[in-house]
Design a protein around this ligand. Structure first.
Ligand code: SR1
Ligand code: MG
Length: 431
């Protein structure tokens, strides 16, 4: 049951409140070292929903995230607090499978809705790093590996269905944030709604075209149904480039960058292609926001790397589980384990569905981030309003084409070819 009134012990913490809350936890106080008065507390809230602080002491640091009783960027939009509880539960569910591809959970306070995780103070948000011109050639592979492991191990491909259902069931109650996705991502941009906004009048024609196109509406309806009825695995649920942190070593020659996936508060049971599509959609928006040939090369490389890594890792985990006799109830060894070619076909069928979902959800992510409530800052890279509108228009046209003709565009290869075509056309059109 979603709780709407904050519990009596809840209060929104300022820097001193953060110090007091951490000081009350001996393990956290020891991790920071020294007296609480010596701890530096720096607010780094970046997302739309929560307060986030980095706290540093003489011995080490932690990251503190607290749910607010409203949307952080819109205090009039009231909201229950349970999102950090879902994030804590998501970390507990996936961390054993993904290790250092996410953060270690250090503490969760169910009265204050405070989640404490390790501090990533040597890292930057991937979106910000890309906007500053950085290149993290390993990040897309790491995200692909993360999605493969997190999703495989929480699905009935890896687990007896009883364990998979028990694991997924609590996340099916993440109603508040799932409602945000259903409305903001998958519905609002296709109807007239006061939450929508865009560069008007420049984007009015393409916004109207997308709303009116029956092929787009049909595909979005099918994707909504996939999102709400296809409970393949435990999803991160908001896997955009702002939910990925990369270590700053990555731009130096010869150093291996570290990638961490954070912010699993939107976790829910759903189609695996949703997580894939959000990440890919945000990469593609960065390509269009930047608009140059170099970005095209790097970002399309990253999309291909993401998908190839996801596909390889997911099928390897699955094949190995079948060979070891530890696989779950879906596509069971009893039917496929003794026939490698039949197993390969069954895997190909499922991977094709995930790939097609990925392309569709990438398109819906692009559309909602340009026409809906929550935009991405990448397009601020454009030198002026006319270029911003031009680049957003090109991204929207790609998204519309992806949705309007899913039979021809539902593969990574088709997506890459179409994205390249639209990006080049945009570059060669005078603004
Ligand atoms: C009101 S929340 C808007 C968006 O911010 C989050 O990061 C999710 O992407 C959500 O859709
Ligand atoms: Mg977030």
């Amino acid at each position: 049951m979603t709780r709407h009134a904050p519990p009596p012990a809840y209060r929104t913490l300022d820097a001193d409140g953060i110090r007091a809350a951490l000081a009350a936890q001996p393990a956290l106080a020891a991790r920071l070292g020294g007296p609480p008065g010596a701890w530096r507390v720096r607010e780094v809230s970046d997302g739309n929903l929560n307060n986030v602080f980095l706290v540093g002491g003489p011995a080490g640091g932690v990251c503190v995230k607290q749910s607010l009783p409203h949307v952080r960027v819109d205090p009039d939009w009231k909201m229950p607090l349970d999102r950090t509880a879902f994030e804590a539960a998501y970390l507990r569910a996936v961390r054993p499978h993904v290790g250092d591809l996410t953060t270690d959970i250090l503490h969760f306070d169910p009265d204050l809705f405070v989640l404490v995780v390790e501090s990533l103070d040597r890292h930057v948000v991937l979106r910000h790093g890309l906007m500053q011109g950085g290149d993290w050639p390993d990040a897309a592979r790491a995200v692909g590996a993360f999605v493969a492991r997190a999703c495989f191990h929480t699905s009935p491909l890896a687990l007896p269905f009883e364990r998979a259902f028990d694991l997924l069931e609590p996340f099916a109650r993440n109603h508040t944030l799932t409602r945000i996705t259903v409305d903001l991502v998958l519905t609002d941009p296709y109807r007239v709604h006061p939450r929508n906004h865009w560069l008007s009048p420049e984007l009015d024609p393409i916004a109207a075209e997308i709303r009116a196109d029956p092929a787009v509406r049909r595909r979005v309806g099918a994707l909504q149904a996939r999102f709400l009825t296809c409970r393949q695995a435990l999803l991160h649920g908001d896997l955009h480039t702002g939910s990925v942190m990369v270590s700053t070593g990555g731009t130096q020659a010869g150093t291996q960058a570290e990638t961490r996936i954070i912010d699993g508060e939107f976790a829910l049971p759903g189609p695996i292609g949703f997580d894939c599509g959000l990440f890919v959609g945000n990469l593609l928006m960065h390509l269009f926001a930047r608009g140059d040939a170099d970005a095209e090369t790097r970002i399309l490389r990253d999309v291909a790397r993401f998908w190839t890594t996801f596909r390889t890792d997911f099928t390897t985990l699955w094949r190995d589980a079948i060979a070891a006799g530890t696989a779950g109830d879906a596509v069971p060894a009893a039917l496929f384990g003794h026939d490698p070619s039949l197993l390969r076909q069954a895997q190909d069928d499922l991977l094709r569905d995930i790939e097609s979902d990925m392309v569709g959800f990438a398109a819906t992510e692009i559309i909602r981030r340009i026409l809906g409530y929550a935009h991405v800052p990448d397009f601020d890279l454009a030198p002026d309003r006319a270029h911003r509108a031009h680049r957003q228009n090109a991204a929207l046209r790609l998204a519309r084409d992806l949705l309007a003709d899913p039979d021809r565009t539902g593969t990574t290869d088709a997506l890459l070819a179409l994205a390249r075509r639209h990006a080049r056309a945009a570059r060669h059109t005078k603004v």
